[in-house]
Design a protein around this ligand. Structure first.
Ligand code: F6R
Length: 366
């Protein structure tokens, strides 16, 4: 049942090229310049008239929501807010006529997300769901939505659900951006082609598994770990830290790289590993100077870099290469090495990777 893998989590990490492909199958036709989600087509006017999109979710799904915030705002120019479902539901949130609520949930059963949807519906909002489990409570409770086609996710730590959620939300952003004209024709076509090639790039990222395992062996006994990223990769830093803490029980925190100097830098010494997502992207020079600041304090750097990188390689203790992608689509690739790193560290520490202590696959309690 684990298909030759030691754990469901590893199997599911390796399923991502196909899970992403299955999620855009029939929805993305790059060569014809077509992106289509039936639930978006049926409600296109609502999306075109939206004053705001409010995303509600928990945990990893909330991180996918943060990535979607960056993508949706860039492609559609619709203001987006992302909120923990548990906070949203208990604080009398402001919901206006032309707001759209998007609920993201792998299981479709998360109690707080379900309650947030019910609250939004009571206030007359249009609610769109992004779920993996077909027929789940959230998929039934929302007005419409799109399924991720990740297949069953058994490992408690979410992996392929995350990348397929981002895939659906990217398809949505591309279609709305095209319809609104906020995305240029050239960019639209370029992103379609790129998204079509993402599964192949995920495959290439997975090829670094053994190197990542070797890096894991160096840091498996660390008591703490810091994850840093900028822009589209800031939520990936949060997700990388969550993966590590939930399965290896190492304390980890994710931060936007530039926030380091506002506090976390005090933690840096020769014992602190810092995982830094540093692909060739906008503000690369800023990430390089963050790395210099960490090295000046003897911190240990594990950097995720674009293949062929020179500058970060000179500074980092270890690098993990990923293929080149545009900034907006990079989270789908940069996430992969962080999942593998957390996985190997947890295995080396003898942790129960698929069923970490105190965690359940769907959180149906409030
Ligand atoms: C993390 C994890 C949890 C879930 C969260 C939301 O690996 O699995 O943080 O992401 O409980 O669950 P869903 O997406 O089912 O609503």
């Amino acid at each position: 049942e684990k298909g030759g893998f030691d754990h469901f989590m590893l199997k599911e990490i390796y399923e991502q090229p196909n899970a992403i492909k299955d999620t855009f199958r029939g929805r993305l036709r790059a060569d014809e310049g077509i992106v289509k989600l039936s639930s978006v087509e049926e409600n296109l006017q609502k999306f075109l008239n939206a004053d705001r999109i409010l995303i509600v979710a928990c945990g990893t799904s909330w991180h996918a929501g943060l990535v979607a915030e960056y993508i949706l705002e860039e492609f559609t120019r619709i203001p987006v807010e992302v909120e923990y479902a548990s906070e949203f539901r208990y604080r009398n949130p402001i919901i206006r006529k032309n707001d759209i609520i998007i609920a993201i949930s792998q299981s479709g059963e998360t109690a707080d997300t379900l309650a947030a949807i019910k609250l939004a519906k009571e206030q007359g909002a249009f609610v769109y769901g992004v779920c993996n489990v077909v027929g789940s409570s959230i998929s039934r409770e929302t007005h419409t939505g799109s399924y991720t086609h990740a297949g069953p996710e058994i490992g408690v730590a979410s992996t392929k659900a995350f990348t397929t959620q981002i895939t659906v939300l990217t398809l949505m952003a591309l279609r709305i951006g095209q319809a609104k004209g906020t995305l240029s024709r050239a960019d639209f076509h370029r992103y379609l082609q790129e998204l079509d090639h993402v599964p192949q790039k995920v495959e290439q990222a997975l090829e670094h598994n053994l190197e990542i395992q070797a890096i894991a062996s160096k840091y498996k006994d660390a008591p703490n770990c810091l994850y840093l990223g900028r822009g589209y990769n800031y939520p990936v830093a949060l997700e990388g830290a969550l993966k590590l803490k939930e399965i290896s029980y190492i304390h980890a925190e994710g931060y936007p790289a530039a926030e380091m100097k506002h506090g976390p830098i005090a933690l840096i010494d020769e014992h602190m590993p810092v995982v830094i997502i540093a692909p060739k992207q906008e503000h690369y020079d800023k990430i390089v100077s963050n790395i210099q600041e960490i090295k000046a304090r003897n911190g240990k750097i594990i950097a995720v870099v674009t293949a062929g990188d020179v500058q970060v390689k000179k500074l980092a203790d270890y690098v993990i290469e990923i293929p080149e992608t545009s900034d907006a689509l990079s989270p789908l690739i940069t996430t992969i090495p962080l999942q593998l790193l957390a996985y190997h560290i947890a295995v080396m520490r003898g942790c129960n990777v698929d069923q970490p202590r105190n965690l359940a696959k769907s959180v149906t309690v409030e």
